[in-house]
Design a binder for this molecule. Structure first.
Ligand code: F6R
Length: 599
């Protein structure tokens, strides 16, 4: 997690860095800082809290053509001013920002700096002290930086300033994302292209264990032995308007509303002019060739994977297992003869998922990544990628990426079925279009959703009940509600309640139940009766054609397999309004970050 930026050029770096950091706040937002380097030397400003707080303390009169910045999600040391980045070497000569985790920082302290007294509790500080130590021992700054990097174990995206050389930013990357942006009169550094789009759309991607010497005219990429590496920039294809809120009060609401358009875009991108699905032959072959698929993901993406399992098993007849990445990596199940791994990740940078990818690639297995960020680590390191086409998702709580993941999984399942000669009794493109239209109807029902949130989500807890596909959507609905409103929310399989959780039901306990599965309609209603008999306050959201009297909301009818794309929208909206009513910071919930780049 954490985000870093850097600027070196002719202009005042201050505003460029602060704006860049604001765009990286999705990566962490518990403390932030900048270091500005001008003729007088380096000026460090850092504080606990958001970029808005940092803005207030940055000296308006400092005009520096070089600077670096950081927004933090604490891993080592509580979020406070001392632990905030940038960190400085003992003499103050070197100043550094870091995203990642240095796993061997304690060992490095013992081995190289036993007498040094560290000012922060971070793993980061050891890097800057090491650079200074190696320089004091007679190495050039570049060689000292490289020597320090070679000693590090773990993940890092680093930017380093040297007070005695105001013409350079030293940069390095391993596992954590980092790009160097190139422009006519300056060069920049950022964890994500979005942060520096205001300056350039030309970026050079860095690979693991590479360093870069960035001056205002040039960038020089080297490996950790000092060998030169040539790499051309690519054009970041992000529409600047995609990353603005426009007239919306929150990114989350904007992103919920964008979902119908995302589904339509996916239909367009995955279809050729003759209406045939357009997937790489290599992906098709890999799907046809496997005897078992292992879907690996975290959080919301894991929930999309659960739905994806149903699509693939039901349509293309391939057994699928779905695993939480952080568990899988330490407890790999017995694998089949010809496994295919599917990684689902909005950001493409999630460290837990990447750890599994690295492990299965080492074993020689094939991997496909579904991601919203082509070019991200999980996309680069897998054999195949399917883009989600959801556009940048800024709100920490994932919404449009989740529905996009399910839509792409549906397309993959249909394509595989066709490739295997399995005939389907429905037109998937038409059904996806119907689902997109239904999502639009739901996005237009905000007033009703706000009312439901006001009626039901006013307690410390809430339960979500569903069966079949509805159960997976309930898991996602509960995650959405808890992460942004801090209401204790759990999703349960309807039939499982009586095996324990029903003990939690008290008078007025809110129970949101989904009823979109024809074969399970009576069963879920029976489960609702069980909780009502114990005092619960039920809110049934059903699908047209399956509704009963007293249902609180009826969603438009869509193909039964695609109901998760649609039934999640009311759950996203009621979570949004519940969070709003409780005065929570919807887009940046406490303790979270969007891109979880630590294991
Ligand atoms: C919840 C949420 C997270 C992510 C999870 C995986 O709203 O966004 O649960 O889904 O951290 O992230 P990605 O998909 O980037 O791998």
């Amino acid at each position: 997690m954490c985000g870093i930026v850097g600027y070196i050029g002719n202009n005042d770096s201050k505003e460029i860095l602060l704006k860049g950091l604001e765009r990286l706040e999705y990566r962490g937002y518990d403390s932030a800082g900048v270091a500005l380097l001008d003729e007088e030397g380096v000026h460090v400003f850092k504080e606990k809290g958001r970029i808005a707080t940092l803005r207030k303390i940055v000296d308006k009169n400092t005009h520096a053509p070089v600077g670096i910045g950081h927004t933090r999600w604490a891993t080592h040391g509580v979020p406070n001013r001392v632990n905030a980045h940038p960190h400085q070497s003992a003499s103050g000569r070197f100043t550094l920002v870091h995203n990642g985790v240095i796993e061997n920082y304690e060992q490095l302290k013992r081995e190289y700096l036993p007498a040094h007294s560290f000012t922060s509790d971070t793993d980061t500080e050891v890097i800057v002290q090491l650079v200074e130590k190696f320089v004091n021992e007679g190495k050039s700054v570049e060689e000292a930086f490289r020597t320090a990097l070679r000693a590090l174990k773990g993940s890092y995206a680093i930017a380093l300033l040297d007070n005695e050389n105001k013409d350079v930013i030293y940069v390095a990357k391993n596992k954590s994302p980092l790009l160097v942006g190139v422009a006519d009169d300056c060069n920049v550094v950022a964890s994500d292209a979005m942060a520096m789009l205001q300056v350039t759309d030309q970026f050079v991607e860095l690979m693991d264990q590479e360093m870069v010497i960035v001056t205002k005219e040039d960038i020089t990429i080297k490996d950790l032995k000092g060998n030169l590496i040539q790499r051309r920039p690519f054009t970041a294809e992000i529409d600047a308007s995609d990353i603005e809120k426009g007239t919306y009060p929150h990114y989350m609401l904007k992103e919920i509303d964008e979902q119908p358009f995302v589904i339509r875009r996916i239909i367009q991108e995955y279809q050729d002019e003759n209406g045939n699905l357009k997937l790489d032959d290599s992906i098709r072959e890999a799907m046809k060739d496997t005897d078992r698929i292992y879907i690996v993901a975290c959080g919301t993406s894991y929930h999309a994977g659960l739905v994806g399992k149903q699509f693939i098993e039901k349509l293309s007849n391939i057994p699928v297992e779905v695993h939480i990445a952080s568990e899988f990596v330490y407890n790999m199940p017995l694998l089949s003869q010809k496994p295919l791994f599917i990684f689902i990740s909005q950001s493409g940078e999630t460290a837990d998922s990447r750890a599994v990818l690295v492990a299965v690639k080492k074993l020689g297995y094939r991997a496909l990544t579904l991601t919203n960020v082509p070019g991200s680590t999980l996309s680069r390191e897998a054999d195949y990628t399917l883009p989600l086409y959801a556009g940048p998702e800024i709100a920490v709580a994932s919404t449009k990426a989740y529905t996009a993941q399910m839509a792409v999984l549906a397309i993959l399942a249909v394509d595989t079925a066709r490739a295997k000669g399995i005939s389907l009794d429905f037109d998937p493109i038409q059904e996806l279009s119907i689902a997109a239209n239904a999502m639009e109807v739901l996005c237009d029902s905000k007033e009703e959703m706000e009312k439901i949130a006001g009626e039901f989500l006013i307690h410390r807890n809430a339960f979500f009940l569903g069966r079949g596909l509805d159960f997976y959507v309930c898991l996602e609905g509960a995650l959405k509600l808890k992460e942004i409103s801090y209401i204790q929310a759990e999703g349960f399989a309807g039939g499982e309640l009586k095996h324990g959780p029903i003990a939690l039901i008290e008078t007025d306990t809110p129970v949101i139940a989904l009823a979109t599965q024809a074969a399970l309609n009576l069963n879920i209603r029976g489960n609702v009766k069980e909780v009502v008999a114990r005092g619960a306050n039920p809110c049934i959201i059903s699908m047209k054609g399956l509704e009963h009297e007293g249902d609180r909301f009826v969603i438009p009818a869509v193909h039964e397999l695609l109901t998760p794309l649609v039934s999640v929208v009311p759950l996203q909206l009621i979570s949004y309004y519940a969070a709003l009513h409780r005065g929570c910071d919807v887009d940046k919930p406490r303790n979270l970050a969007k891109s979880v780049t630590v294991e």
